[in-house]
Design a protein around this ligand. Structure first.
Ligand code: SF4
Length: 345
């Protein structure tokens, strides 16, 4: 075993995290769900979502047989909903293999939404086999340790990092090493202000020697995000239910249920659209406080409006009426929509 992994493993024994929910009974299914949840989300945020998800879908069979709305409802608030849709789809793929997860890298990456790093984690943590991971934590530790410059998302840098990870990952104690690298990145080699003084591999760390750990990994200069504006319609019927539309399966908030969303420059244009496209005569619109929601590629200026007026048939989109409480309990709603419901009180 190389000295890097030896130091990391010794540190992990004493200081690593050993009681995360997915570390208890780490089956391939439980590891897979945790890895997908952790892809864009911090551990502390993931834990309650993970526990709720496992309570409702304790096995891959339960997940495969679940209704998509129920799966998305369990994901509501975590963002990047394609992860949940892919998870649901891949559970059906595993079910078609008699409910047994593949035990090879090739077999695992054939599952929808599973890339090389997630597959490596399932192999190492779920199957106790050798698997190599490259999540954000590992990328940060290795970029710093070897002072790897250049745009970290470029193919050349990625290749270099994977080669190093492959070389450093031991052939024994792979599960412990995998978790150790995640923990090292999450607790010591953090994005800002890394705690190098406590780091088990500090002596050989090139970024530490240079005195510039935070300069790695290097990112492309961030572009300023454009801002878009959309109106979200709160339309109530006599039973105090709101109108909900299901989003198309792909794209932002794909498959979730949403208040009707209309992109318009101002209230006049909104009113015109409602009259022309929705057949609503003289809609009475009342604006609520707007707020901003940020996606990876743009800011969305969310403008909730309450509206009265007879709504005709909604074409080409699934729709239903539900009270805010019932919607919160049974539908997958995007986080800004939950916020609008909170504003309604
Ligand atoms: Fe990260 Fe500092 Fe350890 Fe280097 S010494 S790996 S920068 S925590």
């Amino acid at each position: 075993m190389n000295s890097f992994s030896q130091h990391v493993l010794t540190w992990f024994d004493a200081h690593g995290r050993h009681d995360l929910p997915w570390q208890l009974n780490p089956t391939p299914y439980r590891v897979w769900v945790s890895e997908i949840m952790l892809q864009q989300t911090q551990v502390a945020t993931v834990i309650p979502y993970y526990q709720r998800f496992m309570d409702s879908f304790p096995t891959v069979q339960a997940l495969a047989h679940a209704d998509e709305d129920a799966v998305l409802q369990h994901w509501a608030g975590l963002g990047y909903y394609a992860r949940a849709r892919n998870l649901h789809y891949a559970a059906k793929q595993v079910l078609a293999m008699d409910g047994v997860f593949p035990q090879t890298l090739e077999g695992l990456i054939a599952l929808k939404g599973v890339g090389c790093s997630t597959a490596g984690a399932i192999l190492a943590l779920g199957w106790q086999q050798r698997g190599v991971i490259m999540d954000g934590n590992v990328k940060r530790v290795l970029s710093r340790h070897f002072a790897i410059g250049g745009d970290s998302s470029s193919a050349a840098v990625q290749q270099q990092l994977w080669a190093l990870a492959e070389q450093l990952t031991p052939h024994t104690q792979v599960a412990a090493y995998t978790q150790a690298m995640m923990d090292l990145g999450a607790t010591l080699c953090t994005r800002s202000k890394p705690l190098c003084l406590y780091c088990p591999v500090q002596k050989a760390c090139q970024a530490f020697a240079l005195g510039t750990p935070s300069a790695f990994p290097q990112k492309k200069a961030a572009k300023e995000l454009p801002t878009r504006r959309a109106y979200f319609l709160i339309i109530k019927n006599e039973q105090q239910e709101l109108l909900w539309l299901k989003r198309p399966p792909t794209g932002i908030w794909g498959g979730l249920w949403c208040l009707p969303q209309i992109e318009a420059q101002d209230l006049q244009q909104l009113s015109d659209i409602l009259q022309q496209d929705w057949g609503i005569k003289e809609p009475k619109i009342q604006s609520m406080t707007p707020f901003r929601h940020t996606f990876s590629h743009y800011h969305l200026q969310v403008q909730p409006v309450q509206m009265r007026g007879q709504v005709g048939l909604i074409k080409e989109q699934l729709s239903q009426w539900k009270t805010p409480q019932a919607a919160l309990q049974s539908l997958g709603l995007p986080q800004p929509i939950t916020k609008i419901l909170e504003m309604l009180g």
